[in-house]
Design a binder for this molecule. Sequence first.
Ligand SMILES: *Cc1c(COP(=O)(O)O)cnc(C)c1O
Length: 441
Amino acid sequence: MIVTENKSGMICSNLSRDESGELCFAGMPLSPLAQKYGTPLYLYDEARIRERCRTYLGAVREAFGDRARVLYASKAASFRRLYEIMREEGMGIDVVSRGEIYTAVRAGFPLERAYFHSNNKTDEDIAYAMEHGVGYFVVDNEEELYAIDRLATARGIQQRVLLRLTPGIDPHTYAAVATGKVDSKFGSAIETGQADAITRLALSLSHVALKGFHCHVGSQVFDSDVYFRAAEVMLSFVAHMARTEGFLAEELDIGGGYGVRYVAEQPEIDIAENIREVGEFMTRRAEELGITLPVVAFEPGRSIVADAGLTVYTVGTVKRIPGYKTYVSVDGGMTDNPRFALYGSPYTILPVAADLPEETESCSVVGRCCESGDILQENVPLPPDMARGDLLACLTTGAYHYSMASNYNRIPRPPVVMLADGTSYLAVRRETPEDLVALDC
Ligand SMILES: *Cc1c(COP(=O)(O)O)cnc(C)c1O
């Protein structure tokens, strides 16, 4: 993977420290924000989100001309303001549920630019998406294809679809986010002949308009070879279908997955350069295979929003167990960030007030849930005098945090606050105890 050199000395370029040493995000010191909105607090740097969208859109335009799309994978973070930003930036979106579709509707997002995923769309999901004019369905399996044809027939429409295929590639990332292997709950495998079969079925159904194919090999991918291999398998399949069925795919969606930097040891991927290389590769291979290159879609989630986000916590109990370790508890935990518990994900956690001193203490930063696995990170170097009331910042929390947050232990979800041009505004307010009982009958 081609990587970007980072000159800021911080793991993300939108982080800095002011004269007093306080940590700033998007140019704003964190303690006044913590005071104004309370903690735990999700912050987003709006300019960074927009910059990432523009990087992708510019890169695909350069690599593929007008024959390309960028779809933001909503599951990374989904709330109304974010869809407004995606709309303003000219992005497409991928959605996986009625909830995401409804949120996009409420943001006035043009749903003809939406792609509907999921390995198990219910009839209600399918009807709902059709009713709202969702542009494309990314079809997982034959059963779904029959259901779409039946419901499209009832509505008297032709539904555009892509077929999700598994190219049989192992992206060497966390098992839970590796999705492109043959043995996967997602899609139809090329290797087993199921991809051929579902393509023939799609072509035979009168209310399904087959537009092309989709694959997504995994998430938090740092190996560029994965994308060349996926593109190769998918383009070969496109050529194979052109040859055997006379079907030329108009669109080829090669998924998302570019990795982001959670800790200093991870590189920052140069998205523009990597897409340029993928573009060159796909253009050349299409030529060699004798096919017109379909419109190519990328579906990034994490790499659009991850380092545009940061979480601020207040320290509570600090427990030193002589001969073992020191536990620093914060006022959030697996309810606002389940990723360490799920995947053992690495994170950078920094003191807000001042930079780390020479001498640090290695701490476990843990949450407030009744669960031993409620850990944000182990072996975090912190000032040896961390105490109740101090602030900590967990970096790179813009993707798969708010969207994965829960009310375990009836803990209210933190608010989402956007930072833009030196000011802050609420995108999602903090949940209240009243919200927690709102559904109880
Ligand atoms: C999760 C997912 C993405 C986005 O993955 P990132 O790693 O967040 O870029 C894209 N497409 C599909 C189908 C996904 O499931």
